[in-house]
Design a protein. Sequence first.
Length: 279
Amino acid sequence: MRINPALRIAAGVAALALAVTACGGGSSKTASQHAADGKLTIGIKYDQPGLGLHNKDGSFSGFDVDVATYVADKLGVKAENITFKESPSAQRETLIENGQVDFIVATYSITDKRKEKVDFAGPYFQTGQSLLVRSDNTDITGPDSLNGNKKLCSVKGSTPAQNIKDKYVAAHEVQLITYDTYSLCVEALKSGAVDAVTTDDIILRGYAAQSPGALKVVGNTFTVEKYGIGVKKGDTESRGKINDAIDAMIASGAWKAALEKEFGTTGFQVPEPPKVDRY
């Protein structure tokens, strides 16, 4: 029997769809729809002390985790029904676009370039880029002292790495080295393979607190970074609900309490909360 070519094509498309699903392809449901089903998959960092950390006992901790858990609860999803997924800087847009996560809370700076691919709720925190060096280093005191072929480490696909390329690499003869994660940069710093690590001040303070006496944050912040919660492009319903949850967290005092819990012993001064942008 001869098979209609159109049927053959349709069968091939269906088989491909099944294969994608079997290989872990993402869902087409929105974050709000998944929340209505009682479960959420949320992207976080796994290696940032005080912000997003996958602990040895399998638990998760940090300010981003606190924010994600609070938001999920406001969407009707309890902590035990959250699946956290590691979201390295260079993969965040892809994870959202492919539906592998419902939203991402991972020190995710809001930029115009990223807004071409994803939407952002928030911001829920504002910080700035800074530098982390070894405690015995006296040469590097800020970005203007990044000269003499210093080796500076940041993460592939991150805003800090791009800032350094745009503003300091050529002007100060600094050599930019990029890794997949900041924890790898910190290990390179400790071993002497690089001279400094750059990313947002609050991230660096978490690493410094994890290695007391070994590392220090130097200089003043030299950029403005607004952390948002990344959602699928065009998902205005979920974005609006997440914005409401961020507002509620700030108003209730839970936002300040979370920052004090995670950074209270580091000398960190809790800033004023940012105003949610409802564009």
